[in-house]
Design a protein around this ligand. Structure first.
Ligand SMILES: NC(=O)C1=CN([C@@H]2O[C@H](COP(=O)(O)OP(=O)(O)OC[C@H]3O[C@@H](n4cnc5c(N)ncnc54)[C@H](OP(=O)(O)O)[C@@H]3O)[C@@H](O)[C@H]2O)C=CC1
Ligand SMILES: CC(C)(CO)C(=O)C(=O)O
Length: 293
């Protein structure tokens, strides 16, 4: 077993999923919120049908870390990632950090805020949720594409594969993040606005017209920013909506649970990217306004 401890910041769906897979192969420790008290270990039941396993994960508060962090997976929501890392900053001097946030913008901000830290970003199609505290369900097996943003090289994808997860080095990672962003920008907000499963967006004519308009605008913004894709966003989003027709998007689930949406890092990011290119983005901006209303 490799003895370098893997720290996981964010004990939510993604953090617990990765912790449960990695823990049998590497020493893993969860980092919990500063200023709050937690028991020294968290028992987590992983369901990856048809199998179930229970793992015991040591956990430490961010403000009580005994030693520097060398390997860190950041599994908070996009809006929490930078503040959470700031709470750890003194322990990160020699760290390689892997960011697992959806959307774009948080990764750039972190790389800029921590110029001396090795930073990798991932675009993951894994699906996980927590049915209750202390349990995580691996709802859909996916692939995690990992690429370096800055600093020293690290073998993140090797470690994921060693733990039985599908992973590959994918560079430039910004392209892969943008490729996922355009699907999320079309599907996720509309599932919230129309209160529907992904597949319903293709059957509801009003929703489909909005999908088309978002697709056209998103293609123009990403093209102006230098991203090249073979297929338009609408075509890819349609394929994904068909393949995941019965699913509720992550944004729909966040909205239902009353959690903050990752909108600023999806459609909001596209609006800011458009501004930087001197373009208007009324369709993405309109979606943000309606959802943040
Ligand atoms: N779930 C999934 O299937 C997938 C998720 N992703 C992406 O991964 C990211 C995480 O998603 P997910 O796991 O679902 O989100 P969750 O809300 O389930 O988990 C986020 C966790 O971060 C913790 N957290 C927030 N701030 C801090 C902090 N300062 N210190 C320590 N912990 C903190 C929260 O703690 P607390 O519990 O105390 O609030 C929470 O447990 C998102 O960007 C998401 O889009 C990507 C692919 C798939
Ligand atoms: C691909 C899609 C839309 C699947 O639901 C997703 O990534 C999400 O829900 O965030």
């Amino acid at each position: 077993m490799n003895t370098t401890e893997l720290h996981i910041l964010g004990a939510g769906s993604m953090g617990l999923l990765l912790a449960a897979y990695l823990a049998p192969h590497y020493p893993v420790r969860l980092i919990r919120r500063a200023g709050q008290d937690y028991p020294p270990r968290l028992n987590v039941r992983l369901t990856a049908a048809p199998r179930q396993a229970t793992v015991q994960l040591p956990q430490t508060r961010a403000d009580r870390l005994p030693a520097p962090v060398r390997r860190l997976l950041v599994c908070t929501k996009a809006y929490d990632a930078l503040p959470a890392l700031h709470s750890l900053a003194p322990a990160l001097e020699e760290a390689s950090v892997l960011l697992l946030q959806n959307g774009m913008g948080s990764q750039e901000a972190i790389a800029e805020a921590l110029p001396d830290v090795s930073v990798y970003a991932a675009s993951s199609t894994e699906g996980a949720y927590r049915p209750e505290p202390g349990a995580v369900v691996h709802a859909g097996r996916g692939i995690t594409r990992i690429g370096r943003l800055q600093g020293a090289e690290a073998d993140w994808a090797v470690r994921f594969r060693h733990a039985g997860l599908q992973a590959e080095v994918a560079e430039p990672i910004a392209w892969h993040l943008a490729n996922k962003l355009r699907v999320n920008a079309l599907i996720n907000p509309l599932t919230v606005l129309y209160r529907c499963r992904n597949g319903e967006l293709l059957r509801n004519s009003a929703a489909y017209r909005e999908l088309q308009a978002l697709g056209e605008e998103t293609d123009a913004i990403l093209a102006a920013a230098g991203f090249r894709f073979e297929e338009p966003a609408l075509q890819v989003a349609e394929q994904v909506a068909r393949a995941t027709a019965e699913n509720y998007s992550s944004m729909y689930q966040d909205a239902q649970a009353g959690r903050r949406l990752e909108l600023d890092y999806i459609n909001g990011y596209l609006v800011r990217l458009a501004e930087r290119q001197g373009l208007a983005a009324p369709v993405n901006a309109g979606v943000c306004e309606r959802l943040q209303g």
